[in-house]
Design a protein around this ligand. Structure first.
Ligand code: FES
Ligand SMILES: [Fe+2]
Length: 482
């Protein structure tokens, strides 16, 4: 005990006083355990804590699976082991030896293309068949025994990334679940990863929540890049659309522009600081960020003039398809169909309280990019990756981590996208559709909730607020954003 503490003891009681363990054993750094609400009428109660299984998910870069050593990943609560088969293709098996249940991932590939269990030497091919049982000799009856088949998960490798079908049912074509740019000829995918110590759905709901930008992201480089803070401050939610029951997208003709019009002043500018009478103050508190905003604005304007970077006039409207917005089983995507760069943020559930963030960052090329192009994009990638995926996207981490999902909520129309997303998930996920097709008993369909009613009514207000503005000027203003 330090001297100061010793002297203070008579005043404060035990060292640390009430501040010690003020949040019980949980502490301030640890994630509250994930729990969905008990109320069966709350759509959140129907979200599976370890994710929807009947989908393809991104796993790991193919180059990390070496010839003689398997790799393991926990995905959706299931341990999956990856190794290379005879053809050099990456295969995935359940990380469980059918003999006496040891982890196969602790074994090795002594024979090229086969994985050997570290306990008694059961050796498996890419389909999970036992092809040798080393400790029983060549005559072992374990070879080829149906009970000795390891469970296989179908895989596909695209642009250097391995994807796995996690479902129990028949896999769908990978094109249905994996972003289209992963199939296009000359594109370069630069994946990046990090771990979030919280549930996957908290991550996804946060991604859909554009209104946190002026709070959480006010110091992010890309938000400093515009006077409007990159995202709206309005009491109006985005109007949203379900596309083919697979995806939630901002509704054509509304999106950011119409909701943002709400606070435009006479000069056609959104004021940087706004006055809040309830606290007799402005937010943001200071204007010092504007000291460099001019620079980023200038940069963004230049970028807007470069035709290769400029979005097509109609990018926000007619080409709404199921690959823009948030798509099942849980990816959210930036950029439009006509963009040179698209990034998919894909939270892959590991456990209830742990998520592997996979960013599929894809540069799109119509023909093989030249050496110089590759050199420049390769050399600038570490900065671009940091700026988007870490400087900006990681700022939400604390909010995601400390969301107490089982608690009641009081939503606003600015939560419209989150509300729509929940509905998409619990009603249209493939897991649910397949159960429906098998005529399994499903929980009763829910009526429109209070939050959903608010979203619907908020929609009408958005439409109304959109009427009185000069759309062309506004589009121009928005184009100058980063
Ligand atoms: S447990 Fe794998 S071979 Fe015995
Ligand atoms: Fe955010």
């Amino acid at each position: 005990m330090g001297l100061k503490r010793l002297l203070l003891k008579p005043f404060s009681g035990y060292p640390g006083g009430y501040k010690k363990m003020r949040r019980g054993f949980q502490g301030f750094d640890s994630t509250p355990p994930f729990k969905v609400p008990d109320d069966p009428k709350d759509r959140r109660s129907r979200i599976p804590p370890t994710g929807f299984r009947e989908y393809w998910y991104p796993a790991l870069p193919a180059k990390d699976v070496k010839k003689n050593k398997p790799q393991v990943l926990r995905m959706l609560g299931t341990d999956v082991v990856f190794f290379k088969d005879k053809q050099g293709e990456i295969q995935a098996l359940l990380d469980w030896c059918p003999h006496r249940a040891v982890y196969l991932s602790m074994g090795r590939c002594y024979f090229e293309g086969f994985l050997t269990c570290p306990y008694h030497g059961a050796t498996f091919d890419g389909d999970g068949n036992c092809v040798a049982f080393l400790t029983e000799g060549p005559d072992s009856k374990m070879v080829g025994a149906p009970g000795m088949k390891a469970r296989k998960f179908p895989t596909v490798t695209l642009k250097g990334m391995v994807f796995v079908w996690m479902g129990d049912g028949e896999p769908v074509a990978p094109e249905e679940d994996i972003p289209p740019e992963m199939f296009e000829g000359h594109n370069i995918c630069r994946p990046s990863f990090c771990m979030f110590d919280c549930n996957w759905v908290l991550v996804l709901e946060n991604t859909m929540d554009a209104h946190n930008a002026f709070m959480v992201h006010r110091n992010a480089l890309r938000i400093l890049g515009s006077r409007v803070g990159g995202r709206p401050r309005t009491p109006l939610g985005y109007r949203v659309n379900l596309v083919n029951n697979k995806n939630v997208h901002y509704r054509p003709g509304s999106g950011k522009s119409s909701t943002e019009r709400y606070y435009y002043d006479e000069n056609g500018k959104i004021p940087y600081q706004m006055y809040y009478p309830g606290v007799d103050g402005v937010w943001p508190l200071h204007r010092w960020r504007l000291a460099w905003t001019w620079f980023f604005e200038w940069k963004a304007r230049r970028k807007g003039q470069d035709p290769s970077m400029r979005r097509a006039a109609a990018a926000d409207t007619p080409d709404v398809n199921e690959w823009n917005g948030t798509k099942l089983p849980g990816m959210s995507r930036t950029g439009g169909n006509n963009r040179y760069f698209r990034s998919t943020r894909w939270p892959v559930p590991v456990e209830e309280n742990l998520t592997r963030m996979v960013y599929l960052n894809v540069e799109r090329y119509e023909s093989q990019p030249g050496f110089l192009r590759r050199l420049v994009s390769g050399a600038t990638w570490p900065y671009r990756n940091w700026e988007l995926n870490f400087n900006f996207r990681n700022q939400d981490y604390d909010a995601e981590k400390y969301t107490q999902y089982a608690m009641p909520e009081y939503l606003s129309s600015t939560d419209s996208v989150v509300v729509a997303m929940r509905r998409l998930f619990v009603e249209h996920a493939r897991d649910v559709q397949r159960r429906r097709a098998r005529e399994e008993e499903l929980p009763e369909a829910l009526d429109e909730t209070e939050a959903e009613r608010m979203v619907r009514e908020g929609d009408a207000r958005v439409a109304e607020a959109s009427e009185s503005f000069d759309v062309d000027r506004l589009e121009d203003e928005l184009l100058r954003r980063v």
